[in-house]
Design a protein around this ligand. Structure first.
Ligand SMILES: NC(=O)c1ccc[n+]([C@@H]2O[C@H](COP(=O)([O-])OP(=O)(O)OC[C@H]3O[C@@H](n4cnc5c(N)ncnc54)[C@H](OP(=O)(O)O)[C@@H]3O)[C@@H](O)[C@H]2O)c1
Length: 318
């Protein structure tokens, strides 16, 4: 069976390369609009050895005909969509581009999978929630109430997939970090090493997600689909929530990053969000309820500090 990964050179795409390198009989094709960075290639080799697939097939997922063509030519049974417009602040002034990548492009992937009876595994976000002041973990069936353009366009992407009639698994995740690219952990590793003092918001609460853990779950979902009885529907299709276990603020997250990396001289203090002017108000509480994904796929989820420790250790390898 052939699985096509979009955004193969992003954070999650690179973690999919590592998971796929661990074996299995299925063929993975990694696609993106950009080439892999030299830094990511070095990290992939360190973490997954020489057997890891470093190749990138160029595919722009906003081009429906290009998507259809590769799906038919390669006999693709599953698309894992790791590509997106992920700049939350930037989306406020680039609404058309965010809509194209986060809403129209997933619709393209959904139509291509509908045509061949395949599965679309699409990644969405906790930022589809947040405008309502929740204080209990968000469930899958709760109405989306995004606070900004990024969350709104990701919600449109989900709605387009549902309307397409394709087989789908949508996984909403949160606060994603990895050894690759630009993310909160890598930024804070740098800042806590170089600044004597740092203020970090404590009034936004959620749960971090190590992209390596999410990639393993995507692999498991894909296997579940490929081994399910062939038919017009997939019994486990639907929307799911996935992050690591536990709850923290960005301030708590930073404190643990500093502790695990030994950056103990930086004085980290909690502050309010309004001390950092931003074009978009972020959710105050976007903890995800993960009961459904655990029950459906029989998975257990690592606690957030355990996965953070692992990632920080990996980052010190290069
Ligand atoms: N990052 C988070 O904190 C977070 C939180 C919740 C959910 N998510 C969701 O998780 C998923 C993965 O996020 P990530 O952080 O791994 O993203 P990422 O690192 O930004 O990777 C996305 C990849 O997609 C590529 N891409 C951009 N436009 C494309 C196009 N037209 N066709 C094909 N590929 C294209 C990007 O290239 P460029 O680098 O050139 O743009 C990049 O390589 C996304 O759906 C995101 O919305 C992320």
């Amino acid at each position: 069976m052939t699985i096509l990964v979009t955004g193969g050179n992003g954070q999650l795409g690179n973690e999919m390369r590592i998971v796929a390198s661990r074996g299995g009989s299925d063929r993975y094709i990694f696609t993106d609009v950009v080439d892999a960075s030299a830094e990511s290639v070095a990290m992939l080799r360190k973490l997954a050895g020489d057997g890891v697939d470093l190749s990138t097939v160029k595919l722009d997922i906003t081009d429906l005909e290009a998507v259809r063509k590769i799906v038919k030519a390669e006999g693709v049974s599953v698309i894992v969509n790791c590509a997106a417009y992920t700049n939350v602040d930037g989306a406020e002034s680039n609404q058309d581009l965010a809509e194209l990548l986060n809403a129209q492009a997933p619709q393209n992937l959904a139509s291509a999978m509908k045509e061949v009876g395949g599965l679309l595994v699409h990644i969405s976000t906790d930022y589809v929630f947040g405008k309502e002041p929740y204080n209990t973990p968000c469930r899958e069936d709760q109405n989306g109430t995004p606070t900004g353009v990024y969350g709104l366009t990701k919600l449109h992407g989900e709605q387009n997939i549902l309307a397409s009639g394709c087989k789908y698994v949508i996984i909403r995740t949160a606060w994603l970090y990895s050894e690759f690219g630009k993310n909160f952990v890598r930024t804070m590793l740098n800042l806590t090493a170089t600044r004597p003092e740092l203020k970090v918001v404590f009034d936004q609460v959620g749960t971090p997600t190590y992209a390596g853990d999410l990639a393993q779950v995507i692999f498991d979902v894909t296997e579940d689909f490929l081994h399910a009885d062939a038919g017009s529907s997939y019994r486990n299709a639907g929307i799911y929530h996935y992050s690591n276990e536990g709850v923290c603020s960005w301030y708590d997250f930073t404190k643990m990053i500093a502790e695990y990396s030994g950056h103990l001289d930086c004085n980290i203090q909690p502050c309010h969000s309004d001390e950092f002017p931003s074009p978009v108000k972020r959710p105050a509480f976007s903890v995800l309820d993960k009961t459904k994904i655990k029950q459906t796929f029989g998975i257990s989820i690592p606690y957030w500090t355990d996965s953070l420790k692992k990632c920080v250790k990996n980052l010190n390898l290069v």
